[in-house]
Design a protein around this ligand. Structure first.
Ligand SMILES: [Zn+2]
Length: 421
């Protein structure tokens, strides 16, 4: 269902016609920028029977109109899909355009995922509490909260059990963002590698655990990962169109200026920077295991100039350098998940954002005071990058999970409790 409304900007008094596409969410906050750059917010609220919709506008006032006339500024707005800029065409709604691009089955999966996001949002506080309690080692309250959330009576007393319960809760909450097959493959790979290393390099592997557990590094990386999840819920509206692109293969590589109808660049750039930084730190774990496999010690890197003398020194290397020192890595980072040029530009305030066109211009090169070699992308591309980098972080978080499982089982000798007890 769609609603056509017309608004007059409070600042410049220009008129914009808006076609509002309905999502399945009770409250639907939409935003666009007027031609003059000022934000105009439109909030649609469904009543409890989902039969009536209340539409509130701020930054502009609603005016009566009979039909959309050509020549008047026009915007399509929809929370769940990328929407194109351009002229109003009756019937060519974002929903219809999306259906034509990806087909019925993909539309159903997308619908199921965004429906689930509504549930995630309503459980946001519970999820946040579970993650915080686990990170702070509040095991008593963690157990109560996580069991309630999971609706489960599975064993949750040992560290091993609690680790399992935590990741059950994460999987349940974040499956709309995840790629289940790829996660499963990653977990199988992590487990298999650890088993092989135990057979061939047990002492070296245990020395590695001794270091990363004693100095708190493994726990810190896990805690950093856990802190990202609530921030993903905060921007889930922004990620809905990015999730749709999983199915829209025509879009890949085409920088089409689609609009995202909620949130803006400023809301998400720190998150992108922080996810990149955590992936960068998690690479220390990948490198340590690689070194054990290749040279029998987590501290031994391949020979060469400026090669770090230990894993501890490696931790301080910048991201680009880190990848150079992991020779023929057993685990490959998704190349789309990390764009070092974009990360550096965002981290060093070398970006410009046009709120009206949603174009991001960034300057990745070091060129002194000049800014002559820009690159550009649209906000939708950027939100897609956040989604892909979050997926990589999620996989690396599973590496921390598997490392802890190994540590509890094989180093500390904890007993695992079967799930069905
Ligand atoms: Zn205006």
């Amino acid at each position: 269902m769609n609603f056509n409304i017309s608004v007059l900007c409070n600042t410049c008094e220009s008129q914009t016609n808006c076609r509002l596409g309905m999502s399945n969410r009770e409250i639907q906050p939409l935003r666009f920028r007027c031609k003059c750059g000022v934000p105009i917010d439109i909030t649609m609220t469904l009543d409890f029977e989902n039969t009536n919709v209340d539409i509130q506008v701020s930054g502009a006032k609603r005016i009566e109109m009979d039909a959309f006339e050509a020549g008047v500024n026009f915007v399509d707005l929809h929370l769940d899909f990328p929407v194109s800029f351009g002229k109003y065409v009756m019937g060519s709604t974002p929903f219809m355009q999306a259906s034509m691009r990806v087909g019925y089955e993909a539309m159903q999966i997308h619908k199921m995922r965004v429906n689930h996001l509504n549930d995630v949002c309503s459980s946001e506080k519970e999820i946040r509490d579970i993650l915080t309690l686990y990170s702070n080692n509040n095991s008593g309250i963690f157990k109560v909260k996580v069991m309630k959330f999971l609706g489960s009576k599975m064993a949750c007393d040992t560290q091993l059990d609690q680790n399992r319960a935590l990741y059950h809760a994460i999987e349940r909450s974040f499956f709309p963002f995840a790629e289940p097959k790829r996660n499963m493959d990653a977990v199988n790979l992590f487990t298999e590698k650890l088993m092989k290393l135990e057979i061939n390099n047990k002492n070296a592997l245990h020395a590695f655990f001794e270091e990363i557990v004693t100095n708190g590094f493994l726990k810190n990386v896990q805690t950093d990962c856990l802190e990202i999840y609530p921030r993903i819920i905060d921007i889930e509206l922004m990620l809905r169109p990015a999730l749709f692109l999983d199915f829209d293969h025509e879009y890949e590589g085409n920088q089409v200026p689609y609009r995202v109808s909620a949130h803006e660049f400023v809301d998400a750039k720190d998150l992108y920077k922080d996810i990149s930084e955590i992936i960068n730190r998690a690479l220390v774990l990948v490198a340590g295991l690689n070194n054990i496999k290749k040279r029998g010690s987590h501290d031994l890197f391949p020979e060469g100039k400026h090669v770090p003398s230990s894993l501890n020194k490696f931790a301080d290397c910048p991201f680009g350098k880190k990848l150079d020192y992991i020779d023929e890595s057993w685990y490959s980072i998704d190349s789309e998940a990390i764009d070092n040029q974009l990360r550096n530009s965002v981290a060093h305030y070398k970006t410009k954002y046009n709120e009206v066109s949603q174009e991001i211009i960034y300057f990745p090169q070091q060129e002194g005071m000049k800014q002559e070699h820009p690159k550009n992308m649209y906000f939708l591309d950027f939100s897609r990058r956040i989604l892909l980098s979050f997926r990589e972080l999620h996989r690396l978080n599973h590496l921390t999970k598997c490392l802890f499982v190994y540590y509890y089982l094989r180093v500390l000798g904890e007993e695992g409790t079967p799930v069905d007890i």
